[in-house]
Design a protein around this ligand. Structure first.
Ligand SMILES: Cc1ncc(C[n+]2csc(CCOP(=O)(O)OP(=O)(O)O)c2C)c(N)n1
Length: 614
């Protein structure tokens, strides 16, 4: 039985502040053990949290949350913060429906300053708070904790650009572990690497702590002089200090596992009345060997044996993403114009086999969805056939790029919209709820929605021959091998059971659910969300009294609303089942189906009700 005696005394940041400094390494050890034990039972984001144990302790000892604001970028590394802010007991229910969220939630605790989930937002949010502080004349400290991966995103650069010139006191803690989910990429990462390893700078760094100590004990004007002096030296030692040029005072790089040093430097940062960057070097997975050795696997994990690190379901289950990835490899063998693009998710989107086979045609652009899309547009404008694989919720970022750069120019870019629909335990921020709505109103766009793996493969093949923009949306999980033998025909839906007085139109993964029901209604598989099958809809006008449309996307602006519009004016009653007009919380996908009224039982009941009232 693990001894959590010290950890058990910490129920608030105040408790944390009362622990003598010499005991903090022991506390860090207990926190790590607690994390590993709990996440091995619930699954969740482990490696990033193991990396920020000391940093989170130091942050909560130096700053006074909730008065001071600490914003965690992406938010997947907020577990330690949650543990030390009174939520230790809730960890048993991490990521369960109605349990503890795996991300910061202002509704869950006053210590969570801002909701996050998508990368790169923390600096903008912090600057917004700093500007509010100016106007309201309050004096809280504002801290954004951002990873080197998140720093590859456009929004983070935009925010740095604005924050640097604002001259407002905010503290950006750059948690640099050299990793995104996979190895981090890009010129900024290379630059950070050079800072980490610069020898001249390493020597200078050794003196940093004593320098800071002296610096803080001097009077104000002397301090200002010394700070300028220090910056000059730093420029000499490391001529290209980008952050200083942008308007930040730069402190670091420092060892992110040395609590004393972290406290000192954060304390220093707190007293600098302008934007500061504290560059902290950490190790992803720190203190748990399996995670240190394989941080990618332990970025987000399922349940595992804590003593070995072996997953209960070892060997990732094959998902639609893998089928897509393999199909793309097959097609790319015969077509040298096909390229694949990911925004920092080569594993999750199933593109690793492509990356290994076609190194020159594979591009990981970092967490930069907007750039990924416009870059693809550029490639298409030059005659390539780029396939951009991005999760539905992250593709929201690139709404304008899809319209402005791809669709208005009618460029042949293919979007593999992964994790479309309900996604499970990541909850609200990650639901692929909106892609049907946001893609179907785009000019020149084709939107495919496969109900089976066979359809997914033929849709990819067809999309690569279209010559205009196309998106294929598929869910998290594995579709059935096949739902019908009829070949894919552009713009045509698949009539699985002949149209009746009452017909169900269903799309994507829910086709399998409806086929499995014992009903005598007509069943249509809407293989295309756009274009809709106008001929079949005309037929429905003749034959049907009621149509029920079922989709796992938001009802507002979804397939059902397009069909209702197309069938109007007519006397057909059109009903819709889909996601509600409110965020869908975390839980298993089955629980979320239940929550949204999309479970097999719900659908069956609704079909019976409509049948009985025709
Ligand atoms: C807009 C967006 N794209 C992709 C992701 C998926 N994602 C979650 S964490 C992560 C890596 C973040 O790396 P970093 O900020 O360095 O944090 P670390 O995990 O290394 O601690 C990615 C790509 C996301 N959350 N948001």
């Amino acid at each position: 039985m693990t001894d959590y005696r010290l950890l058990n005394t910490v129920n608030s940041p105040e408790d944390l502040k009362n622990i003598p400094e010499r005991l903090l390494p022991e506390l860090a050890g207990q926190l790590r053990d607690f994390l590993v034990k709990n996440v091995s039972n619930t699954g969740g984001h482990l490696a990033s949290n193991l990396g920020v144990v000391e940093l989170t302790i130091a942050l909560h000892r130096v700053f006074n949350a909730p008065g001071d604001k600490i914003i965690f970028d992406v938010g997947h590394q907020c577990y330690v913060h949650k543990i030390v802010t009174g939520r230790r007991e809730s960890f048993k229910h991490l990521r369960e429906m109605e349990g503890l969220s795996g991300y910061p939630k202002t509704s869950e605790s006053e210590y969570d300053a801002f909701n996050t989930g998508h990368s790169g937002t923390s600096v903008s949010a912090a600057l917004g708070m700093a500007r509010a502080r100016e106007i309201k004349r309050t004096n809280e400290a504002i801290v954004a904790v951002i990873g080197d991966g998140a720093l590859t995103g456009g929004i983070a650069f935009e925010a740095l650009n604005d924050a640097g010139q604002s001259k407002l006191p905010i503290i950006i803690v750059l948690n640099d572990n050299n990793m995104s989910i996979s190895r981090n990429v890009g010129a900024m990462n290379r630059y950070l690497n050079s800072m980490r390893t610069s020898l001249r700078y390493q020597n200078f760094k050794k003196d940093l702590v004593s320098f800071l100590d002296r610096f803080s004990s001097l009077g104000k004007s002397m301090s200002r002089f010394l700070e300028r002096f220090k910056n000059r030296i730093k420029y000499f030692l490391l001529p290209n200090v980008l952050f200083e040029e942008l308007g930040f005072t730069y402190l670091g790089p420092i060892d992110g596992h040395d609590i004393r040093l972290l406290q000192r430097v954060l304390d220093q940062a707190k007293n600098i009345m302008r934007p500061v960057i504290v560059h902290v070097k950490t190790k992803k997975g720190k203190g748990y060997k399996p995670a240190e050795e394989n941080p990618e696997k332990f970025h987000g994990v399922g349940e595992f044996d804590p003593s070995t690190g072996i997953l209960h379901k070892e060997g990732r289950k094959r998902m639609n993403s893998d089928i897509f990835g393999d199909a793309l490899v097959q097609l790319a063998k015969d077509d040298e114009l096909i390229a694949a693009i990911t925004a920092a998710m080569p594993e999750g989107t199933g593109l690793m086999p492509f990356a290994e086979k076609f190194r020159t045609r594979f591009f990981d652009v970092g967490i930069a969805e907007q750039h990924a899309v416009t870059m693809a547009a550029g490639m298409a404008a030059s005659g390539m056939k780029p396939v951009v694989a991005i999760y539905s919720s992250f593709l929201q970022r690139a709404y304008d790029q899809i319209i402005h750069d791809v669709c208005l120019q009618n460029l042949h870019v293919i979007f593999a919209v992964d994790r479309a629909g309900l996604v499970g335990r990541d909850g609200e921020t990650h639901q692929g709820a909106y892609d049907i709505a946001y893609l179907s109103h785009m000019p020149n766009m084709t939107v495919y929605s496969p109900a089976s793996l066979a359809e997914l493969k033929s849709m990819l093949k067809q999309a690569l021959q279209l010559g205009c923009p196309a998106a294929i949306r598929y869910n998290r999980g594995l579709l059935p091998e096949s739902v019908s033998d009829r070949p894919l025909e552009y713009g045509k839906w698949d009539v699985i059971k002949p149209l009746g007085l009452f017909t169900v139109v269903v799309t994507g993964r829910l086709v399998e659910t409806v086929i499995g029901l014992d009903t005598d209604t007509g069943i249509v598989n809407a293989r295309f969300v756009k274009p809709v099958d106008c001929e079949l809809l005309e037929n429905m006008k003749q034959k049907c009294k009621a149509v029920l449309v079922i989709e796992d996307g938001v009802i507002t602006g979804g397939l059902g609303s397009v069909i209702a519009q197309r069938l109007s004016p007519s006397r057909i009653r059109v009903e819709c089942m889909g996601l509600p007009d409110r965020p869908v919380p975390q839980g298993s996908i089955a629980e979320q189906d239940e929550y949204c009224g999309l479970s097999k039982e719900h659908i069956h009941r609704r079909i019976k009700e409509i049948s009985e009232n025709l």
